[in-house]
Design a protein around this ligand. Structure first.
Ligand SMILES: C[S@@+](CC[C@H](N)C(=O)[O-])C[C@H]1O[C@@H](n2cnc3c(N)ncnc32)[C@H](O)[C@@H]1O
Length: 227
């Protein structure tokens, strides 16, 4: 495995809690990973093609599931404590990957330069999902795909009300994560068509983050909106 890290900017993941969060991230998620999240990751990432960018790669839990024949794998992670673990995971793996210190809002990549962008549990965390989705549109080539695996706002009004009630404490605990965000609707509002969608439960996790959706989306073209 060979890796290289390029420094861009690191707005996320500062402060003592960020270091603790990165340290407990894998143990906290372990039961959920074993309970089904790994197979959601595997199914999703089997769709990755060509030059692929993963946003907010965290500790690298997706790394084992990328196809071997990608042209390029770029892992962007702006939080230093997460990135340290990501670099270790990337070095341990069998493939070549580039680790980037970059937020999803400002990617140091050219327009239309990627075939696949992956967001796993990241669109819930960024402050401005609309800005991030525009940035994804900028870097994807026409016909490129956004692959997403996100926990989302519950369909059940009762659970959604609990998500609203607990949004603030959960956000503090989970480093900015919004448990009540309707992420798939935001993806569609940003000009993507969801072409594949699987709804599931994130087992062994708190109920407020249990509804998860994974799938793929492509960018709408001008022809899609023509009368
Ligand atoms: C819940 S973790 C998900 C980590 C990993 N993608 C996974 O599937 O386990 C959210 C990640 O998003 C990162 N993050 C936070 N703000 C970000 C931003 N503005 N741009 C990109 N990543 C961000 C965090 O540092 C963290 O690694």
């Amino acid at each position: 495995m060979s890796t290289s890290t390029e420094q861009i900017t690191a707005p996320a993941g500062a402060g003592p809690w960020a270091r603790v969060f990165a340290a407990v991230y894998d143990p906290f998620l372990w039961a959920g990973e074993v309970g089904g999240m790994r197979s959601h990751r595997r199914d999703l990432l089997a769709m990755a093609r060509g030059r692929t960018l993963e946003l907010g790669s965290g500790t690298g839990l997706n790394l084992p599931y990328y196809p071997d024949d990608l042209d390029d794998l770029i892992l962007a992670e702006p939080a230093a404590p997460m990135r340290k673990r990501l670099e270790k995971a990337a070095r341990r793996g069998a493939r070549t990957a580039t680790v980037l210190d970059a937020p999803a809002e400002r990617l140091p990549l050219q327009d239309a330069s990627l075939d696949t962008v992956v967001s796993a549990l990241v669109l819930c965390t960024v402050d401005r999902p609309d800005v991030v989705l525009n940035e994804i549109r900028r870097v994807l080539r026409p016909g490129g795909r956004l692959l997403f695996l996100e926990h989302v706002r519950a369909d059940s009004p009762r659970l959604a009300a609990w998500q609203d009630r607990l949004e603030k404490p959960w956000r503090r605990f989970a480093e900015g994560c919004r448990c009540n965000r309707a992420t798939v609707e935001l993806i569609e509002a940003a000009g993507f068509t969801v072409e594949r969608r699987t709804d599931a439960k994130w087992r062994a996790m708190p109920a407020i983050v249990r509804p998860v959706v994974s799938g793929s989306a492509t960018m709408n073209t001008a022809a899609d909106s023509a009368p």
